[in-house]
Design a binder for this molecule. Structure first.
Ligand SMILES: C[S@@+](CC[C@H](N)C(=O)[O-])C[C@H]1O[C@@H](n2cnc3c(N)ncnc32)[C@H](O)[C@@H]1O
Length: 285
C-alpha cells in the first residue's frame, strides 16, 4: 500500500482502515461523520471501544474530572440544588453518559458524602458509555470505595433527576462543510493513492446547513456541523420525566463558532499523547 502520508499507515489500526476502505469502495465516498463514527466507536476497532483509551496524564488527552476532584465537588453542589428544586425525590437518578470508568462519578459521590449525605442517600447514579468494559470498571471502582449501593449501569427508562455528560458531545460525529462562492459543499472522505483523502461534493443532506442560516460566512471557510449531537441530546433528554440536563463541553454561540475571521478552518482537532493535531487521516483508530 502506498499512501500520501506513508507514516499514517503504520500508525493506524489496520482492521479499521480496511473496514473504512471497503465502505468507501462500496459507496464511492463517505461522509466525514461516517468516517469519524467508525474511527471512534466501531464496536471492535474504534478508538473509544477497542483499546484502553482513557483521558488522563498517561492517555491522549485530559479532562477536568481527571485533573482535579474539585470539578466533581462543584457538580455535587449543583446536583444537590437540582434535588432540592425537584422536591427531594427518592430515587434521585443521575444518569451520566460518556462516563468512561467513572472518574467524575466518584468525585461527585465523594463530594456528596462529604457535604450532602442526605442527597447521597437518595441518589441512584447511573454510568453509561459506548464502552461497556469502562462502565463495568466504573461500577467496581465505585463499589470498592463504598458507593456500591448508589451506582448502576445506565438504562433508558424515564427518570426524575439529571442527565449529565462531560466532554461527550464533542466526541460525536461531525460533517465537514466548505463554503464556496456560490454554494456550500461537503468534504467527504474518499480513498486515493492508497490512503484516505478529502473529496468535496454537494451536501449529503440539505438540513446540514440549517445551523448556518443568516450567518456571515466567507468563501473558503471550513466548518463542522453535528446533527448527531442534536439527535443525541433530543433522545437522552426525552428520558427526563422531571428534571434537568447538564451537558458540559467546549462551545460557542453559532455566530462566534462559525466566525470566518476567527476560525476559518473550523475546529476539528485530533489528540495523541496530549499533542493536538489537525490531520484526522493520521493514527486512524
Ligand atoms: C472525551 S471522553 C470524556 C470522558 C469523561 N466524561 C470525562 O469527562 O473524563 C468521551 C467519553 O465518551 C464516550 N463516548 C464516545 N462516544 C460515545 C457515544 N456515542 N455514546 C456514549 N459514550 C460515548 C467515550 O467512550 C469516552 O468515555
Amino acid at each position: 500500500m502506498t499512501a500520501a502520508n506513508p507514516g499514517a499507515v503504520a500508525r493506524s489500526r489496520p482492521e479499521l482502515v480496511e473496514l473504512l476502505r471497503s465502505d468507501i469502495e462500496a459507496a464511492g465516498k463517505i461522509t466525514f461523520a461516517r468516517f469519524m463514527e467508525q474511527a471512534l466507536t466501531h464496536p471492535q476497532y474504534g478508538y473509544y471501544t477497542a483499546g484502553d483509551a482513557e483521558p488522563g496524564f498517561e492517555g491522549d488527552f485530559l479532562t477536568a474530572p481527571e485533573t482535579h476532584p474539585v470539578f466533581g465537588a462543584v457538580l455535587a453542589r449543583q446536583l444537590a440544588e437540582c434535588w432540592e428544586r425537584l422536591d427531594r425525590p427518592t430515587p434521585f437518578v443521575v444518569r451520566e453518559h460518556g462516563a468512561g470508568s467513572g472518574s467524575l462519578a466518584l468525585t461527585i459521590l465523594a463530594g456528596l458524602r462529604e457535604e450532602r449525605p442526605d442527597v447521597l442517600a437518595a441518589i441512584r447514579y447511573e454510568l453509561g458509555d459506548v464502552n461497556d468494559r469502562r462502565v463495568a470498571a466504573g461500577l467496581s471502582r465505585a463499589t470498592e470505595v463504598g458507593f456500591g449501593d448508589h451506582v448502576a449501569a445506565a438504562g433508558h427508562d424515564p427518570i426524575i433527576g439529571v442527565i449529565l455528560a462531560n466532554e461527550l458531545l464533542d466526541a460525536l460525529p461531525v460533517h465537514r462543510l466548505v463554503v464556496g462562492n456560490q454554494e456550500i459543499r461537503e468534504a467527504f472522505v474518499c480513498w486515493r493513492d492508497g490512503w484516505f483523502a478529502e473529496e468535496s461534493g454537494p451536501v449529503s443532506d440539505v438540513r446540514l446547513m440549517d445551523p448556518l442560516i443568516d450567518l456571515p460566512l466567507m468563501a473558503g471557510q471550513r466548518l463542522e456541523v453535528s446533527p448527531a449531537a442534536s439527535a443525541w441530546t433530543t433522545r437522552v433528554c426525552a428520558e427526563i420525566t422531571r428534571g434537568y440536563a447538564i451537558l458540559i463541553d467546549y462551545g460557542y454561540e453559532a455566530v462566534e463558532l462559525y466566525d470566518p475571521l476567527v476560525r476559518p478552518d473550523g475546529l476539528l482537532r485530533t489528540y495523541w499523547q496530549h499533542i493536538a493535531g489537525d490531520d484526522p487521516f493520521d493514527r486512524v483508530g
